[in-house]
Design a protein around this ligand. Sequence first.
Ligand SMILES: C[S@@+](CC[C@H](N)C(=O)[O-])C[C@H]1O[C@@H](n2cnc3c(N)ncnc32)[C@H](O)[C@@H]1O
Length: 443
Amino acid sequence: MQDAFLNRLEALLKEDFSSYLECLNQIPKKAVHINTTIVKQKELLKPLLKDPIPFDSDGFYIEEEKPGKTIFHTLGLFYVQEPSAMMPVLATPFAKDAIILDLCASPGGKTLQLANLAPDGIIFANEPNPARARKLVSNIERLGLKNVIVTQMTSLELKQKFQGYFDYILVDAPCSLEGTFRKDPLAIKLWSQDRVLEMAKIQKELLKDAVTMLRTNGKLVYSTCTFSKEENEEVVLDLLLSSPLKLLKVDQKLFPYTRCGLKEFGKEVQKTRRGYPFLIGEGQYFAVFQKQTEEKINSFQTKMEELEKEEENYIVPAIQEVMTEIPFSIKKYHHHFIAVPKKLENEKIPALKTDLCFVKIGELKKGRFIFHHQFARCYGIYFKNQVHLSIDDPLLKKYLSGLEIEVEIPDGWGVICVEGFPLGLFKASHGILKNHYPKGLRN
Ligand SMILES: C[S@@+](CC[C@H](N)C(=O)[O-])C[C@H]1O[C@@H](n2cnc3c(N)ncnc32)[C@H](O)[C@@H]1O
């Protein structure tokens, strides 16, 4: 570890510095966050879950060496997330139907937490880096989230579309990653004092754009996983001085696991919180703001189009043929058929560069309707044709590796379910199930 970093941290932590050094030699404990949008009772996961995370009823420590390799992960039942990374979303409450922007969203750990807490809202999850946006989409598909729109835009582009629009914005900003050094040697290599300053500049810009997109009284949560004051308290103070915001007190349940913001930035900034590996998890800083000025809400034309009659005539029967009921509205966005939760069917969504808008239903190919994997993950429990496998069924291994399996079942589209959770699609013909599990996910 670089001396420049250690010297800076010693000056910042003072008497806590030795506790930090001690932590560096300890192996971080693994933890997961449960996907409560689909897991209604945790019985099935009991053998895997160990002690609960003290401030989060849906977070648990886990002893499994590679939780990401388990079938429960494949089924989207949890997200691997270290405990301190769970704190920013818990810092302040928001409504179950909040319209949310997760400005720096990939790989999507906090997007899941937001979706758990706002099942009736919309979460715009943004990620400008194309490879990381793909990772975000794949996680959202795995988790079976139905109310997320993934954009791949800059904050400047977003700000032009969404003035005064969001109830809640999370800026989990790119940072110098000082809080991840214990588990990520690459972060140590990338660190420099210049990088700290470079990140602080980006963070200030992101936050200013975020303020424009917040409605009156809307909440803004800023978080980093770094310790430097340049990227934390200094950024917060800069925003307070330049924007119509006040700082709110963070939820008290997080107090025992964090310290207050640095005293040298004044009493107000002490409302922000600092997480350290010698308290819990790794490293995290977060602040909660509220907007105080009057803002006009954007009124944009809806871009979720209704189906044309001709389209309705083939897509509705195609869905009716395979499902027991249609618990969503069918709309179009950028020429894709999408399943929109009924409560959101009248929401207006502006034209955006999206990678995902709610749930992809499928597409017409050579006169046949082909269902999308995400559709099966989100609405598979409504399929008429279901093959139920237990986690130790040898057919499961076969299906996951992309092979055909033999099961007597009526011809047509169906879904493989494992312990009741939809895994992926098949198309049955004379007792042979043609495998439609995506090639990129097979093993
Ligand atoms: C700390 S990570 C986000 C982690 C994520 N919130 C989670 O909980 O899984 C920061 C993300 O911000 C993205 N990013 C970098 N520059 C950005 C920018 N100018 N605007 C928005 N996001 C940016 C990075 O690619 C990275 O994926």
